[in-house]
Ligand binder design. Structure first.
Ligand code: FAD
Length: 385
């Protein structure tokens, strides 16, 4: 029986607990999805999650506006990831892809959110470029003002949902100032003329991913999200909300790996007794349980802090993402070890978790970058005192 005691922690309100229990029951009925065709799987997961109301936390409800509920985002990602990585991906991208619109969009732009929250449109977040992944302020893509329009030229890469999205939030250089202060954000429908999928990218845990090319893509000036030159700030604000949720997905993967390991250790008999009676195995299980609880505390601390009204949770979110993703990798590696040959067998759940977890330590700021973020914040705080 998976550990649910964390739901009693004071970070949560009754609505979070109720949601988590109902979602868990829904997942048991509806997941995992068939992953053979990842595009089709993602489309149908978005449709299914939307139909049954699970995408509502991903974006603000324009008719009834309230801030994004980060604890709800985290608990949803944790639960989905425990059941099916692709379901978590489908949910997460509906949030990351529309985050800029939820936080900074006009009423007109927010009309898209009705569709994305209902699973009727798929969204994507297009920030990274071939030359600027971690060094995002160094991007090359341009958006040139031409009368009442902007014309976008350049390339984006590693774009999740690239190829199946209906809308892209795209960051491009508008040149108000050099570096980070000269970037703006745009809402670009997938059918905009000049926007093409240049290449589909295959990764170790398959999901829709593409390099996109923009050649003279004309959008009205009203497609700009926020003000000219605010794009970098917008991107960072979106990541400030969603970074902790990456940790939550990692936590879901780790919990699943742990549950599978406990089961295996109880069932598998070696040297005349269950594996669980070997003290070295107990040592692994203890370390896994400890890492899971510590990650959960950091994640829900960050989410609760944001939900309690903190303008930014840069340090808390960076700690949550760094610790939860790195430790989930270790937990899953131990799970593979405890499963012996079955652990590396294609199609086994711990084998797929082993592949699923890896990219989480790279995207939305690599682990090394999170360390830089934490250290900078700590040093700045010391200088203030
Ligand atoms: C599966 C997947 C999905 C993605 N989805 C999206 C998406 O939807 N939208 C989007 O815009 N992007 C997306 N990305 C891109 C992702 O955000 C970038 O891959 C990431 O920011 C790293 O950039 P890079 O790949 O160019 O690596 P680089 O920037 O070249 O970095 C390589 C490595 O250098 C090290 N490093 C970098 N900077 C520092 C530093 N300051 N200090 C110390 N070490 C450092 C880190 O180890 C890092 O992993 C996705 C990536 C993957 C793998």
């Amino acid at each position: 029986m998976p550990d649910r005691s964390f739901l009693d922690w004071p970070f949560f309100e009754p609505r979070h607990r109720e949601w988590a229990e109902k979602l868990d029951a829904w997942c048991a009925q509806n997941l995992p999805a068939d992953h053979h065709d990842v595009d089709a799987a993602c489309r149908s997961l978005v449709d299914l999650l939307g139909r049954d109301g699970w995408l509502k936390p991903t974006a603000v409800d324009a008719a009834n506006p309230a801030p994004l509920d980060v604890r709800m985002l985290c608990i949803t990602r944790e639960t989905l990831a425990r059941h099916d990585g692709l379901a978590d991906f489908a949910f997460a991208m509906q949030g990351l892809g529309t985050g800029a619109i939820s936080l900074f969009g006009t009423d007109g732009q927010k009309r898209w959110l009705e569709k994305t929250r209902a699973g009727k449109a798929i969204s994507a977040f297009a920030l990274s470029e071939p030359r600027s992944g971690s060094d995002v302020a160094n991007m090359d893509m341009t958006a040139t003002k031409d009368g009442d329009s902007y014309v976008l030229d350049g390339e984006k890469t590693w774009i999740s949902n690239g190829g199946i999205a209906d809308l892209y939030v795209v960051f491009a250089r508008t040149g108000e100032a050099p570096g980070a202060k000269g970037i703006s954000a745009f809402l670009v429908p997938a059918d905009a003329k000049g926007l093409e999928v240049a290449e589909r990218l295959e990764v170790i845990a398959p999901h829709p991913l593409a390099r996109l090319s923009f050649e003279g893509v004309r959008v009205p000036a009203s497609a700009m999200i926020g003000r000219p030159g605010e794009g970098f700030k917008i991107a960072m604000s979106v990541l400030d909300v969603f970074r902790s949720t990456v940790g939550a997905a990692a936590l879901g993967f780790a919990r699943r790996a742990f549950d599978e390991s406990v089961k295996r250790a109880g069932e598998r008999k070696l040297f005349g007794a269950p594996l669980a009676e070997l003290q070295m195995v107990q040592g692994h299980l203890a370390e896994m349980a400890l890492d899971i609880d510590a990650a959960a505390l950091l994640i829900y601390r960050a989410a609760w802090t944001k939900d309690s009204g903190a303008a930014r949770v840069t340090r808390e979110a960076a700690m949550a993402k760094l610790f939860a993703t790195d430790k989930a990798q270790e937990v899953i590696d131990k799970a593979v070890q405890l499963h012996g040959g079955d652990g590396v067998r294609k199609g086994h759940i711990v084998e797929s978790l082993y592949r699923e977890i890896r990219a989480l330590r790279i995207y939305e700021g690599a682990s090394d970058v999170q360390k830089v973020v934490i250290a900078r914040q700590v040093l700045a705080d010391v200088q203030k005192t």
